[in-house]
Design a protein around this ligand. Structure first.
Ligand code: 5RP
Length: 220
């Protein structure tokens, strides 16, 4: 199976977590895009969606799924999204698609976070994938210097502007042995909007696509 076929399999299998009559939290990326295709097949059974990016909003809308403003919704029963890496504690690196801040906001109001990934994303220790950080443009150099002091190697993602009008620094050479502490530390640097570490709000369950089928993983 190709990686995209594995992504499709997990995207469709996430449908089982969607409760009829609810508003569904929807992530961003190629795996989440498969989930949107799946969601469209049951669109008459749901009230609508809260989206984590302009790209996902566009796709949901093209299917005729109503997209609600996050401010209109107190709580979601489920948020479904991909990840760039996930460990066995269900902590993740996200933001490869630059949607990390909205993903963090929408997942924060969800009772359950269902992470959908192919097997290549499951790791013992987070950090092989460069850690994305959304930064206010005027703080880019300052934040980069603070990260250098921490022994990290931030690289400016050229040409990318987030849906919120900010920029992305991708941090290389990190071995993330304490994800919660690092998430809190990076988030406290002035000018950082969000770090793409999802350790405080981790996934509740991961659907992982393997060649022999989709497996459900829970935190160890
Ligand atoms: C976007 C994300 C995505 O979930 C992550 O990059 C995974 O993407 P894909 O499903 O395309 O592999 O965090 O900001």
């Amino acid at each position: 199976m190709t990686q995209d076929e594995l992504k499709k399999a997990v995207g469709w299998s996430a449908l089982k977590f969607v409760e009829p009559g609810t508003i569904v939290g929807v992530g961003t990326g190629s795996t989440a895009s498969h989930f949107i295709d799946a969601l469209a097949s049951i669109k008459d059974q749901i009230v609508g969606a809260v989206s984590s990016s302009k790209a996902s909003t566009e796709k949901l809308t093209s299917y005729g799924i109503e997209v609600f403003d996050c401010n209109e919704v107190d709580s979601l029963s489920v948020y479904v999204d991909g990840a760039d890496e996930i460990n066995y504690h269900m902590q993740m690196i996200k933001g490869g698609g630059a949607a990390l801040t909205r993903e963090k906001i929408v997942s924060a109001i969800a009772k359950k976070f269902v992470c959908i990934v192919d097997e290549s994303k499951v790791v013992d220790v987070l950090g092989q994938f460069p850690l994305p950080i959304e930064v206010i443009p005027m703080a880019r150099s300052y934040v980069a210097r603070e990260l250098f002091k921490m022994g990290a190697r931030p690289i400016y993602r050229q040409g990318v502007v987030t849906d919120n009008g900010n920029v992305i620094l991708d941090v290389h050479d990190l071995i993330i042995s304490e994800p919660i502490a690092l998430e809190n530390k990076i988030n406290s640097i002035a000018g950082v909007v969000t770090v793409g570490l999802f350790a405080n709000r981790k996934a509740d369950v991961a659907l992982v696509g393997y060649a022999d089928g989709v497996k459900e993983l829970h935190a160890r």
